[in-house]
Structure formats: C-alpha cells, structure tokens
Design a protein around this ligand. Structure first.
Ligand code: FES
Length: 546
C-alpha cells in the first residue's frame, strides 16, 4: 500500500472497507459512481476505517448485447472472489442499473462479511412538451413510431428530455425495484431507493453508509444476520405494494439461494395475495421515483404495510425495520395511498401453473389489462425471436385482438441470458386498428419498465422440452389469473406425442462464458443462477501461499 502514498498509521489497526464499484461510462446509469465512492470514503475515514475502492465488471442495460442478464452470474463471481481474495473486513456495494444490484448482492452473500448497499439513485423526472415522461414511455414511443405516428426526430428529442440527469431509470423499473428491494430487505440505510441521483442527499446517504459499515465490522453484523426468511418476505410484500418489476422474482430467488434461505416461486403469490398496489408509480401507475421520494419514500410505503410486515427484521443500521419507518410521514396521497384505499386492489406477482408451465410462470397484474386476466384465444406462435422480428409487421399476419401471441426459445438456455423480449410488440396491423394490449406468453423476461398482459418466465423453457415448445398456431390457450392457471387445450396424450417429435432446439456454444452459462444455468423458477454457485463459501482463504 506504500506505493499509493499511505502512511502506516492510515491503515494499521483499522477496519479495511472495500468499496465495490460498478462505475463505467458504458453503464450510463452508474456513470456518477466515482463521485459517490468519494462520499463513501469520507464516511469511512470519519468513522475510523480505511477505505479501498475496487472495480468489478459493470452491466449496463442499454448497451450490452445480447442482454445484461447473461452476465449477472459472471459479475457475481467477480464480486465474490474479489471480496474473498482481498483482506477486506467489510464492503460497500455501489449498485445502480438493473443487474448490478442482484449481481453484487449475490456475490457478497456467498462471502458473507459485513456489507451495506448504496444505490446510485434514479434520474430526475423527464420533461417533454409540458408532460412528465420516463423510460416506460419508450414502449409507447416505439409503438407510435412503428405505426407512423411519431418520427425519429421527435424520438431523439424525447430521449434527451427523458434522460436529463445522472441516475438510473426514473420509473419503478428493475433498477428502482432492486433499490427498493435492498431497502426492504434491510441491506441499506432508509431512503436508499428513492433519493434522486442528482440530489445532494444521495451523497449524504453514501457518506452515512461509509460511516455505518465501519461500525458493522465492529459489531460483526453480517449479511446472514439480516437476510432471514422474514426479511425476504418483507421484500416480497413491499414489492407488491410498489408494483415492482417481474425481474424481482428471479433476482430474489437467486439471492435467497446464495444466503441459504429456502424461497419458492409460489411464496411470491402466497405472501402478496392480500397486498394492494399503494404506490402510484409508472409503469403500473402515474408518477416517478422523484415523486416517491418527496412523498415520503419507501419508509412511508412500509409504514402503510405495518400489519403485514415482520416488524422485528433487523437492518444494516442495527435497528429493526419498524424502528426505521415508524416516524415516516406520507406527504402526498396521490403518490402513496393507504391500504384501506389503494390505487388498485390487485398487485404483486401472480404465479401461474398449468400444462404450459408445470414449474410455474409469472404475470404482473398491476401492469396488465384487467379485461384480459381471464381470456381464451387461439395461439399464434413465433418459434424464436428472429421469427418474431421477421413476421410481426406482416400486414397478412393471421391475428386479431383475441389471439394469444406465443414466443418460444427465449428462456435461460434457449437464448442465453433470457432477454427482455416477453412484452413483444403488438402486430402492426392491430396497432393501426388501435389495439394496445394482447395476451402474450414466453419463457423470456420483460423489462421492469414494460407493461401489458404478459406471461413470463414459463418454466420449464421450450428449449429443454417444456410444453411451451409444442404449442402450435391455432391451439386454444386458456388464461385464468384469478384461479392461477395457464393451459393449452390439448390432451396429455397429444402433448406427449408432440414432445416425442420435438427436435432439440438449442445448441451449446463450444467455448467461452456462454458455454459455461448454458451448461450450468438453472431454470427461471429457481432464479437462473448457476447450479455450482448456490450457497456460500465464506470469507476464509484456507490455502495461503504467503
Ligand atoms: Fe439502467 Fe434502466 S437502463 S436502469
């Protein structure tokens, strides 16, 4: 350490705090993290610790191909090994864009030393032509552009209006869902989720987190002390109340798998069936993360949920979750409603089962069209994403508003990374007729900014022989969300006969990381982690060459 100019007294006898930084100019949502790290360092120094910042691979949703999710598990390995291999006593995780949060938390769980999360914060609300806009509008703009109602010039202006400050997507997309998740799990200081990135109070939170991690080391307050079954249930309840992203399911399952808490897909439905939507945030509602902060933030949301939460769950500041939210005040009932008068009675993630999805599938009812939650219609099948792109705008496509669009082979192994294509666009001929939603089914994921009556994460996926793979155009699909079922109207014999004729639809890459991914990734209902990464190895390095 001497070559960096540190006098010995700077670090001798002090807790060494790693600052795990996902800063990258290729991850625009995290591009301000050098500044944030400086605030953390000031806090660590003030509390008597010695901070050392280190980089890990960063994952930006907007630029990475084929999808940032392909690399979530890779980053988790980078984080785990970086923390274990270096002489760190505690770690601060700087997370922002969607996958950076679960990746860092997963990796840290497998080491399990004192850890605190600091999120980068959402962008300021976009302003365009007198209206508030955010990244959920991208989907509307995209459909308007495909139907000739919006031109590229206006799209470009809208894009700049939407992304006018540092930070991640300003709606309750996956990044804000993840920031809310860590707050509800107790892994961050209160208000972590909603303070805008550009607000100076974000730096204050980073500074205070830097101070707190030093005390956490002294108290030996580890991730496993906080991430109990009760903490996971609190996160599920909070996620339902805020209308969080469907990606929450996959990431929470993966985190639980690392820390060793047994969570099942069906738990998400069971824990949240009584929870209503009380946060009026896009894409389920009207407002933005900035509005949520001014209305009282996640603490004010949690206070509304007092009858449902495990109130004694411990958090990183050493207090219970109830102690953290008990003094919260809601300043705007337009943004945070009461449980007695919610914005929508149904919320959360509903788990479906049936012969299409023996191991489950998910739908986010708050982002769906109510009239489509019970629906029967003929399937129109796209065999893969290339097939979908080639035909979706065909004026002769044999579909109407009752058709159920089925997209196969976009699951974890079939399209490594399980891309966010589940909210596939409406066929152009129906867009021109004014159709804005249809039932859509796939084994892929959906962006947290997306919406529609979209059934996702069908498991087992088509590529490994799941029933989704044998559905043909014209088969009758039956969706009944109230009864949690999704089925194709075929006999068991017919399904078995068709499966016997199925060709293997995916090839394993011969080399590199994608080879490892396809060999070891688990199905969506298990969190899409690698089978060999489940659990933790602790922080000890048992063979030391020094
Ligand atoms: Fe990073 Fe949306 S692109 S959070």
């Amino acid at each position: 350490m001497k070559n960096q100019g540190y006098p010995s007294h700077e670090f001798e006898g002090k807790p060494v705090i790693g600052i795990c930084n996902t800063w990258s100019e290729l991850t625009p949502c995290n591009a301000h993290f050098r500044d944030l790290a400086e605030s953390v360092k000031r806090g660590v120094y003030e509390a008597g610790g010695f901070p050392l910042e280190f980089p890990v691979m960063s994952l930006g949703e907007t630029l990475m191909k084929p999808t940032a999710m392909l690399f979530r598990n890779l980053v988790s390995m980078d984080v785990e090994e970086s923390i274990r291999a270096n002489p760190l006593d505690g770690v601060v995780l700087l997370c922002g864009c969607d996958k950076t949060t679960p990746a860092l938390v997963m990796g840290a769980c497998s080491v399990d030393i004192p850890t605190i999360v600091v999120s980068g914060g959402p962008m300021l609300t976009g302003k365009h032509k007198g209206k508030d806009i955010g990244t959920s509008d991208i989907w509307r703009f995209s459909e308007a552009s495909r139907s000739g109602l919006m031109f590229q010039e206006e799209l470009t202006v809208a894009e700049a209006s939407m992304c006018r400050s540092q930070g991640h997507c300003a709606v309750m997309g996956t990044a804000s869902t993840m920031a809310s998740m860590v707050e509800a799990l107790g892994l961050s200081l209160p208000d972590n989720a909603a303070i805008p990135a550009a607000d100076s109070r974000r730096k204050v939170l980073a500074h205070l987190s830097g101070m707190r991690i030093v005390d956490m080391v002294k108290e030996d307050l580890k991730l496993s002390d906080i991430l109990t079954r009760e903490a996971f249930e609190n996160a599920m309840i909070a996620n339902a109340a805020i209308g969080g992203s469907t990606n929450f399911v996959i990431h929470l399952l993966a985190i639980a798998g690392r820390i060793g808490v047994d969570i099942k897909l069906s738990d998400f439905d069971q824990m949240t069936s009584k929870i209503s939507l009380i946060a009026n945030l896009q894409p389920s509602g009207k407002y933005f993360m900035e509005d949520l902060y001014y209305a009282g933030g996640i603490p004010a949301v949690l206070k509304e949920l007092v009858d449902y939460l495990h109130l004694e769950a411990k958090t990183v500041n050493g207090k219970t979750i109830q102690e953290n939210f008990k003094d919260a005040i809601c300043y705007n009932r337009e943004v945070i409603a009461t449980v007695e008068e919610p914005f929508h009675p149904i919320s959360g993630i509903i788990t479906l089962t049936g012969n299409i999805c023996e191991d489950g599938a998910v739908i986010k009812p708050s982002a769906a069209s109510h009239e489509l939650l019970k629906h029967e219609g003929p399937a129109f099948v796209f065999e893969n994403i290339e097939d979908f792109r080639a035909r979706i705008d065909d004026p002769d496509l044999d579909v109407d508003e009752n058709t159920v669009l089925v997209l196969k082979n976009v699951g974890p192994k079939g399209y490594p990374g399980m891309p966010e294509v589940g909210n596939m666009g409406i066929p152009k001929k129906l867009l021109l007729k004014g159709v804005t939603d249809m039932v859509r089914i796939s084994d892929g994921r959906m962006s947290g900014t997306g919406f529609g009556t979209v059934i996702l994460h069908v498991s087992p996926e088509a590529a490994i022989g799941g029933t989704l793979g044998i559905i043909q155009t014209g088969d009758l699909i039956k969706l009944d969300v109230a009864n949690r079922t999704l089925a194709v109207d075929l006999s068991d014999e017919e399904i078995l006969q068709r499966k016997a004729l199925l060709q293997n639809t995916y090839a394993i890459e011969s080399r590199g990381y994608v080879h490892l991914y396809q060999k070891h990734v688990e199905q969506a209902h298990l969190g899409a982690d690698f089978d060999f990464l489940k659990g933790k190895s602790g922080s000890e390095v048992t063979r030391d060459s020094h």
